[in-house]
Design a protein. Structure first.
Length: 291
């Protein structure tokens, strides 16, 4: 192992949320990657294959982090549907391995989950509402939650929603992908009856760190951590267009009823994040200032 000890271990640090979390923690963090290190990263990086339990255990044992933030996942629902075994390995078994290693190292665990553990039939979900995923992605993440809390009963599981803002590659967040499509001359179709609680990734990363070692470090169990507004995909797109100075005609209005293929689209997985807001001293900001 070429990296020394650290205060914070962030899995999936080359991805959207993991990158933002590790950057905010800066020199206090070691971030993991699966295939290729990121040159010029403002934090130390270490390779990690979540399918290798020995490697996961060895990394946690060597680093002895104060906290582990588990962001690594296959988060594309379409890919998870097409490659179910790979998704199960990464999102369920990988989470279980990280949780067991964190427990043995005596580290605080914060595991990232998703609003897509819900079927979307009612919206404004609270933590006490029963989860019922309708995609393989949602199922793997829900089972990952269970594994995390079984291994680390004092862990915090954070369900997040649609992320907007800046990524390492410039093509990973919802806002970046929309703007890239517009720059390529496309006219995306956005559903007016599919609702989420879009979340600015920078403030979200700061809040995740609060659950690791800040004002919410004693929180345990499942928390919803998302933006304060319930917006349709179409309404979010119009807002992003406004920030970019583009006319509303650059996107088409569509309906979830017209969706074909797998996985099915959940109509309303908006989250109610009042419990987390009470711990953090207020809600996360809307996407306006982040996208």
């Amino acid at each position: 192992m070429t990296v020394g000890g650290c205060e914070l271990l962030v899995t999936g640090a080359s991805g959207l949320l993991g990158w933002n979390v590790a950057c905010r923690a800066s020199g206090r963090a070691v971030g993991t990657y699966r295939r290729r290190a990121v040159e010029g990263a403002p934090f130390r990086m270490a390779p990690l294959d979540l399918a290798d339990e020995t490697a996961v255990e060895a990394l946690c044992s060597t680093l002895r982090p104060r906290a582990v933030i588990h962001c690594a996942a296959i988060s594309d629902p379409v890919r998870c549907e097409a490659e179910p075994e790979e998704a199960t390995e990464a999102n369920l078994r990988g989470t279980a391995r990280v949780a067991r290693a964190a427990a043995r190292a005596g580290a605080r665990l914060v595991a990232i989950s998703t609003d897509l553990v819900f079927d979307g039939e009612r919206g404004r979900y609270r933590e006490t509402d029963p989860a019922h995923p309708i995609s393989h992605y949602g199922w793997t993440k829900l089972r990952g939650e269970e594994e995390a809390l079984a291994a680390c009963p004092d862990a915090a599981v954070l369900r997040v929603s649609l992320l907007c803002g800046s990524s390492r590659t410039g093509l990973e967040s919802t806002s970046e992908r929309l703007l890239a499509a517009l720059a390529a001359g496309q006219t995306p179709t956005l559903y007016e009856d599919e609702f989420r609680t879009p979340t600015p990734v920078g403030p979200l990363a700061a809040a995740v760190l609060e659950f690791a070692w800040g004002r919410a470090a004693s929180a345990r169990g499942v928390y919803h951590l998302a933006g304060p507004e319930r917006l349709s995909r179409h309404a979010l797109g119009l807002r992003l267009l406004g920030h970019a100075g583009s006319p509303p005609s650059r996107v088409r209005r569509g309906s979830i009823r017209d969706h074909v293929g797998r996985p099915p689209r959940a109509p309303d997985t908006s989250l109610e994040s009042a419990r987390a807001a009470a711990l953090l001293g207020g809600p996360l900001p809307p996407v306006d200032g982040a996208c």
